[in-house]
Write a protein that binds this ligand. Structure first.
Ligand code: HEM
Length: 491
């Protein structure tokens, strides 16, 4: 943290002169600013001397540009600075000097080609709450080992087997929408995404239900998005207690599975049987119980709010674009006719024959860009495009800015799924990130959306009843979670 300017310049204390008139304070003010600037410059001194820091403003002392980032529309925060300084600029957010990047080429260097120079970084409170052994916080061999295990549970060949279970969840809750008539889209999507996460992590819902995982997880989530104030009664404190209880429950589940001699289904089964084939010899890297627990909690976190937020935007964009909704309905009704004729359920292959609906999902992921950026930290001084990124500085590839660049996505503010008839240029479309830490759950998230859209668009219609606007909590979502009125479709 920067030293306080008032603590650097101390006035003599042996005399007590009358308060100085205003004009005599001006030189003092200049002096304070000068001292502050000198200290700041020496702190962020460029090494080697020839290299400059990227252009940009570090904002106010201490708070930097934090308030601006969290109060302005993120699109204008990024685009105003990009216009002024270019595609790589410095700023100061949440007490940290940062470099923001909106060039696909430089973002690729950070996330892919030179990713070893930029480690993932999260606030310590978040790391504590999810669990320090979770995949997000690591690099190197432990990260790659975990990534392989987690990825294997979410490959198309694995999630194919979950289509009926996901459909069962949809068929269980869509009738309640129609019955209740008015619903809060975000709340409902959170319930849906949570249930899908449960079956992917545990293989079925009942094991987690028996252990009472849901109420503990909900308490954890509330605290995760609150002030990290660990005092009795605060949401953070309650969340830390819930996290401890979750650990115990997960340990019990692991012991039960081990005791039964069966590793069981879902990600938990994969993490329990973590044996890797290395050529002919088998290499075993056993994960401890706390490593397994941290990664189970981590994956539920990563899968839940993200998918629910994108699903909420889907309903908003479809409602606001009647032509697009009409085309989705037509595509889904054709599939529904085939399913009804054959008297069968929706299959994985059906979901592969939804090209228009798939493009609507791609465009929703671009337009909503719910992860506006990600954070990395330079592990040493790095030269980038002729600038210096000093060791310890945060580096933020701006997914949202890249998704809103008209050079890559013409008329970027228009919701136009047809733009995905042609594949986007490499490294310009990153709703699921890029490189070593890219999202292992992207296929599952898209599958959830396709199955829901199939039933939703062929059986129900909806009207928005709230006001327009965006809220952040923590991802951008339509205001008040998009309250809607739902009606059965006339046949
Ligand atoms: C639409 C929904 C989703 C979006 C937009 C999304 C987006 C992302 C992004 C951008 C990253 C990279 C973050 C970074 O580079 O720092 C990421 C990582 C991750 N996501 Fe997702 N995600 C979604 C759904 C899911 C689901 C359903 C799962 C369940 C498996 C999941 C599990 C993960 C995990 C475990 C990571 C960390 C990977 C690593 O550190 O190697 N996500 N996600």
């Amino acid at each position: 943290m920067l030293p306080s300017p008032t603590s650097i310049v101390s006035l003599p204390t042996n005399t007590h002169p009358p308060p100085p008139p205003l004009f005599s304070l001006i030189p003092l003010l200049f002096l304070l600013i000068l001292v502050y600037k000198v200290i700041r410059r020496s702190r962020y001194r460029t090494q080697p001397e020839k290299l400059r820091l990227p252009p940009g403003s570090m904002g106010w002392p201490y708070i930097g540009e934090t308030l601006k980032l969290f109060t302005e529309n993120p699109n204008s925060f990024f685009s105003n600075r990009e216009k002024r300084y270019g595609k790589i600029f410095k700023t100061h957010i949440l007490g940290c000097p940062c470099v923001m990047i909106s060039s696909p080429k430089v973002a690729k260097i950070v996330l892919v080609t030179q990713s070893h120079m930029f480690k993932p970084t999260y606030p310590p409170s978040k790391e504590k709450m999810i669990g320090p052994e979770a995949i997000f916080f690591h690099q190197g061999p432990y990260h790659s080992h975990l990534k392989k295990l987690i990825q294997s549970s979410f490959l198309p060949s694995t999630i194919k087997g979950s289509v009926s279970q996901i459909e069962d969840i949809v068929l269980g809750f869509l009738p309640t929408w129609e019955h209740n008539n008015t619903i809060n889209t975000l709340h409902e999507m959170k319930k849906y995404a949570f249930e899908v996460a449960m079956i992917s992590v545990f293989g079925n819902k009942s094991e987690a239900e028996m252990e009472g995982i849901k109420p503990l997880y909900q308490c954890l989530e509330k605290g995760y998005n609150s002030m990290p104030l660990n005092l009795p009664g605060t949401p953070f404190n309650k969340a830390m207690k819930a996290r401890k209880a979750l650990n115990e429950k997960l340990k019990r589940m692991i012991e039960k599975r081990k005791g039964s001699g069966e590793k069981g289904e879902g990600l938990l089964g994969a993490l329990l049987s973590n044996e890797e084939d290395e050529g002919k010899k088998k290499m075993t890297m056993k994960l401890s119980e706390s490593e397994i627990a941290d990664n189970i909690i981590g994956v539920i976190f990563a899968a839940h709010d993200t998918t629910a937020s994108v699903l909420t935007w889907l309903l908003k964009y479809l409602h606001d674009s009647p032509n697009v909704l009409h085309a989705v309905r037509r595509e889904q009704e054709e599939i529904r006719c085939k399913i009804l004729e054959a008297n069968r359920r929706i299959t994985w292959d059906d979901t592969r024959r939804m090209p228009f609906t798939t493009r609507v999902i791609q465009e929703t992921l671009r337009t909503a860009s719910i992860l506006s950026f990600t954070y990395r930290e330079a592990v040493e001084d790095v030269e980038m495009e002729g600038y210096l990124i000093p060791k310890g500085w945060k580096v933020l590839p701006l997914f949202r800015s890249i998704h809103y660049t008209s050079e890559f996505f013409p008329q970027p503010h228009k919701f136009d799924p047809s733009r995905f008839e042609v594949a986007p240029l490499p490294n310009t479309y990153m709703p699921f990130g890029n490189g070593a830490h890219s999202c292992p759950g992207s296929d599952l998230a898209k599958l959830e959306m396709l199955i829901l859209l199939h039933h939703l668009t062929t059986t129900l219609r909806w009207e928005l009843i709230g006001e327009d606007g965006i809220q952040y909590g923590p991802f951008p979502v339509p205001r008040d979670g998009l309250p809607i009125k739902v009606y059965a479709m006339n046949n």
